[in-house]
Design a protein. Structure first.
Length: 260
């Protein structure tokens, strides 16, 4: 039984988690689908990758029955299994185009790790973001603490991880951790509109921007000034800048799609 798939919609790749019986729990199929989509995003016609789910819940994280089996493994073997998730998070970070999380219902555990690893998040009203590892005597993985540290106040990150208290989509939006909250059932449409906006934009510049913003959290000001200088010098001499600048001067909308 396949639990995830990649839908090619022309200018975007949609990873669909179909494991509705366990509220979108993680599975090797989902890992492989995300890795497949982020690899395929190298195709210049692709402008966005979307992570979504059927069944009304984005991802409930790891299956505790699977973790019980891992208790019998050697430490090194358990560590290797965790790397499968970390490879997915790395692939999202290295993806050449923006990755959007479409969160219906909620994102919990490693599902939250995957959502926060994305560049943009659209969530349904009332959706919950949950880091309840501590309830099972576990600790966060999948880069969760790294992403929390970048986008959430430390007291809230501690509250989520130590007390396992859910945070609503509305609060996450107020903190700037979620880009848009829409009524339940309208997430896919809102994400599609966001992807349409990206599809009309300059693909190469968008890729540079996401790389620069991600790097900025771990770079000094001096390092980031060098990064920005190099990137701006490349962009200024490119076809996208030529089209964008000419369009502005000619008082028309730029046509970046013809440059792909």
């Amino acid at each position: 039984m396949t639990l995830a798939r990649v839908d090619d919609l022309g200018d975007r790749l949609v990873v669909v988690n179909m494991n509705t019986t366990r509220r979108g729990a993680l599975s090797p199929d989902l890992y492989n689908a995300i890795l497949e989509a982020t690899a395929k995003a190298a195709d210049p016609r692709i402008r966005a990758v979307i992570l979504t789910a059927e069944g009304g819940y984005f991802c409930a994280g790891g299956n505790l029955n699977t973790l019980i089996k891992r208790q019998k493994m050697a430490l090194e073997e358990r560590r290797g299994m965790i790397e499968h998730l970390h490879d997915v998070v790395r692939a999202i970070g290295a993806c050449p185009v923006p990755v959007i999380a479409a969160v219906e219902g909620g994102a919990a555990g490693a599902g939250l790790s995957i959502a926060l690893a994305c560049d943009l998040i659209v969530a349904a009203e009332g959706a919950q973001f949950i880091a309840a590892y501590v309830k099972a005597g576990l600790v966060p993985d999948g880069g969760l603490t790294a992403h929390m540290a970048r986008i959430l106040p430390r007291p809230l990150a501690m509250e989520m991880c130590l007390l396992a208290r859910p945070v609503t989509a509305e609060k996450m939006e107020a903190l700037g951790a979620v880009n848009l909250v829409v009524p339940a059932g309208e997430v896919d449409a809102a994400v599609s509109n966001m992807a349409d906006t990206l599809a009309r934009g300059p693909r190469q510049a968008q890729g540079e921007i996401r790389s620069m913003v991600r790097a900025a959290y771990d770079s000094s000001e001096a390092e980031q000034l060098d990064t920005e200088g190099d990137a701006m010098a490349r962009a200024t001499g490119g076809a996208e800048a030529a089209e964008g600048i000419n369009a502005f001067l000619e008082k028309r909308k730029p046509d970046f799609t013809s440059l792909a």
